[in-house]
Design a protein around this ligand. Structure first.
Ligand code: 5GP
Length: 214
């Protein structure tokens, strides 16, 4: 495909990635972002405290519970959910602006958020669920991360089983045993989904012109 083809007007998509914590979703999302700098990562709002190294406005918009509730009631979120006892939500306006420019948004959100986005905007949503190779591996990845206390890790392990029960609600399900192979599959999904006929909005005019040349 030439560069000229790549820059034709297209309908943007919402690439939703979910998994239990520790299944590799964040690293896979970062890898996809580095392969596709034109992708925009949706920065969620949350009421959970920042982890070491997390910056407000970059990793999350860190909000107090009352501020989150105020914005939730004002319809500020495209979707929102309570995950591990904290609120999380996707700011609506930012996402809509990107889609309207014909660009794509990457969203790292849980199954509740994925369900809501499928309801609001099914045609634009492409959802991927990442499975860990085993629960033992999941636990070891959570412990290696060493960002959370034992109690938090235990809670996340319990939440993992619940998250996994929603695997069949996603368009694609990837088993993340080998990081590079899984990253390559995500890349393939994005490239193929971008080529879907209804996303290539330039085609109608192009075909019209093509036929007028007969
Ligand atoms: P963490 O606290 O580890 O950053 O995220 C915990 C969980 O919340 C992850 O499964 C993540 O995907 C999910 N999450 C993050 N942002 C959002 C959001 O805006 N909406 C929803 N529904 N889930 C989110």
């Amino acid at each position: 495909m030439s560069n000229k083809d790549e820059i034709r007007t297209r309908r943007g998509l919402l690439l939703v990635v979910s998994s239990p914590s520790g299944a590799g979703k964040s690293s896979l999302s970062s890898e996809l972002m580095s392969r596709h700098p034109e992708l925009t990562l949706s920065v969620s709002a949350t009421t959970r405290p920042p982890r070491e190294g997390e910056k407000d406005g970059v990793h999350y918009h860190f909000l107090s519970e009352s501020e989150f509730e105020k914005r939730k009631d004002a319809g500020w979120f495209y979707e929102w959910a309570k995950v591990h006892g904290n609120y999380y939500g996707t700011p609506k306006q930012a996402v809509i602006e990107i889609l309207e420019r014909g660009c794509d948004v990457l969203l790292d959100i849980d199954w509740q958020g994925a369900q809501q986005l499928h309801q609001h905007r099914d045609k634009d949503v492409v959802s991927i669920f990442i499975l860990p190779p085993s629960m033992t591996e999941l636990e070891s990845r959570l412990r290696k991360r060493a960002q959370d206390t034992d109690a938090v890790i235990q809670g996340r392990l319990e939440g993992a089983a619940d998250e996994i029960t929603h695997w069949a609600e996603y368009d694609y399900v990837l088993l993340n045993g080998d990081f590079d192979a899984t990253a390559a599959k995500m890349d393939t999904i994005l490239r193929a989904e971008r080529l879907k006929r209804f996303r290539q909005t330039w085609l109608t005019e192009f075909v019209g012109q093509l036929l007028s040349q007969k």
